[in-house]
Design a protein around this ligand. Structure first.
Ligand code: FES
Length: 484
């Protein structure tokens, strides 16, 4: 039986983003059945890949690392018991393959003897035919074909990968992610930007309960929450306490905006970064034991020294304990506090999140992001989340500068340079809101299979929405946040 690889695994093996592979499948350049690619197909479509070369995948990872500047990328080995289990599985697989090989060798020798019997019974013409046949068989066995060598390299790379990272497929949503290092399944999902449902994250509430459908998991943290024996027998486990030993399939709930509880978290200032004289990026760190649950595109209320203000999160939910917010220099009390000397380690209370401008996790359609001035904050969060999920076939980013400039222009350009499915167009308000909306829509005559996310003033959004609907955008594809 042929060996198959999931699209996520292929992306890592050949070093291209998963979204590129999905596009190739759609265009008929790569054949996949139920998201699985056969080894022969992989070798056919990528004849020149060197399996030890990370190629574009490494390039994309690097740009993500830069984009998520404060994110800590852990590449640690798994817990030693998990590592032992994975090595045991590998040893078992190796022993099985060796056993099969021995069996085939015996079979081969048996065929050779049988051929000798045929030669003996058939006289001179049969003896010559059998001799030719045996010679050909031995020559074929002696000369390892190039394909076999390439297949061997591919399998070796894949097996080595499975030691340090295993794949999780989530049902019914179909999301896939990898568990690396010593992460629990919940930690790995959140790093990948997949908002699986959870509560306390330390084994007390039971809200991260999932069901194991296939594969093997292992408890790596104790939990006080008691699972019923009947549920355990059905495969129930807590994602915050377990890691994956092998590739697994689980049933787990993905949280929407309505599932995220209101939280109050005492954070500390990590840095106040002046992006220009009118805008600062406020970087906050949550406590080790308490990360903020939010979805990209949402906003929070910030409080410091008795003043408060509401701001959009510009960071990706996948960035562990790091939060970034863009604060415009104006007369609002919290803005004055930021620009008048908020310092590293100062306490800031974060309350929230609020807002429903969030990614449609079920959509695989091309996406257009439109930001107006510092409406770039929620859009930046959404772009990074979309990049992390690798869902969209293509992403277009339009950033309209009105009062403020394109204050993180280099970052947007680096995304466009790194990803072949990402385009970035910076725009200025020259004529007015209707003209800018028209300029954006001119690039997209048919929006019937597109999602559009926009953050800006009401009048601009109204022009954009009307024009987009006239080009076939469905009401379900329109996601917008009106900025004051
Ligand atoms: S999140 Fe509470 S038990 Fe896992």
């Amino acid at each position: 039986m042929s060996h198959t690889f999931s699209l996520s695994r292929v992306a890592r093996l050949v070093g291209v983003p998963r979204s590129t592979l999905q596009r190739m499948v759609k265009e008929g350049r790569l054949t996949a059945q139920n998201g699985e690619v056969e080894m022969e197909e992989l070798l056919r479509v990528f004849p020149d890949v060197k399996w030890e070369d990370d190629g574009e995948y490494a390039r994309v990872e690097e740009i993500k690392k830069k984009a998520f500047a404060k994110r800590i990328f852990e590449r640690a080995l798994p817990d030693k018991e998990v590592l032992a289990d994975r090595l045991f599985d590998l040893t078992h697989e190796y022993a099985t393959a060796k056993g099969l090989l021995a069996h085939y060798e015996q079979l081969f020798e048996w065929v050779m003897h049988k051929l000798d019997d045929v030669a003996e019974a058939g006289g001179a013409p049969a003896a010559q035919a059998v001799a030719d046949c045996k010679l050909w068989l031995r020559q074929q066995l002696a000369a390892a074909p190039r394909e076999a060598e390439r297949a061997r390299g591919l399998l070796a790379e894949e097996r080595a990968m499975r030691i340090v990272s295993v794949q999780v497929k989530v049902l019914p949503s179909g999301h896939e992610f990898f568990v690396e290092g010593s992460d629990t399944i919940l930690e790995a999902a959140l790093r990948a930007g997949i908002p699986l449902n959870y509560g306390c994250s330390n084994g007390n509430c039971g809200e991260c309960r999932a069901r194991l459908v296939a594969g093997e998991v292992k408890k790596v943290h104790p939990h006080d929450y008691v699972l019923k024996e009947a549920d355990k027998a059905q495969g129930a486990f807590l994602m915050c306490s377990y890691t994956a030993v092998s590739d697994i399939v689980i049933e787990a709930a993905v949280a929407g905006a309505q599932d995220i509880p209101h939280q109050v978290i005492a954070t500390r200032v990590k840095a106040v970064e002046l992006l220009d004289e009118r805008l600062a990026a406020l970087h906050l760190t949550t406590p080790r034991s308490q990360r903020l649950r939010f979805l990209a595109g949402q906003r929070v209320r910030l409080k410091a020294d008795g003043v408060e203000g509401e701001y959009y999160l510009a960071s990706c939910p996948c960035e562990d304990r790091h939060l970034e917010l863009h604060v415009r220099r104006d007369n609002r009390p919290f803005a004055r506090r930021v620009f008048d000397g908020l310092r590293k380690e100062d306490p800031v209370t974060v309350e929230g999140p609020e807002g429903s401008l969030v990614i449609n996790l079920d959509s695989r359609r091309p996406v257009i992001f439109v930001a107006w001035d510092d409406g770039f904050a929620p859009i930046k969060s959404l772009v990074q989340h979309a990049m992390s999920l690798e869902l969209a076939e293509h992403m277009h980013l339009y950033w309209v500068a009105a009062d403020l400039g394109h204050y993180q222009d280099n970052l947007c350009r680096s995304w466009a340079d790194a990803l072949d499915n990402f385009t970035y167009v910076p725009l200025w308000v020259d004529g007015g809101a209707p003209e800018v909306a028209a300029r954006i829509l001119d690039d997209h005559p048919d929006l019937s299979h597109t999602d559009l996310y926009a953050a800006g003033p009401a009048q601009f959004l109204q022009h954009l929405r009307d024009g987009a609907m006239a080009r076939g955008l469905s009401p379900r594809g329109w996601h917008a946040e009106v900025l004051a």
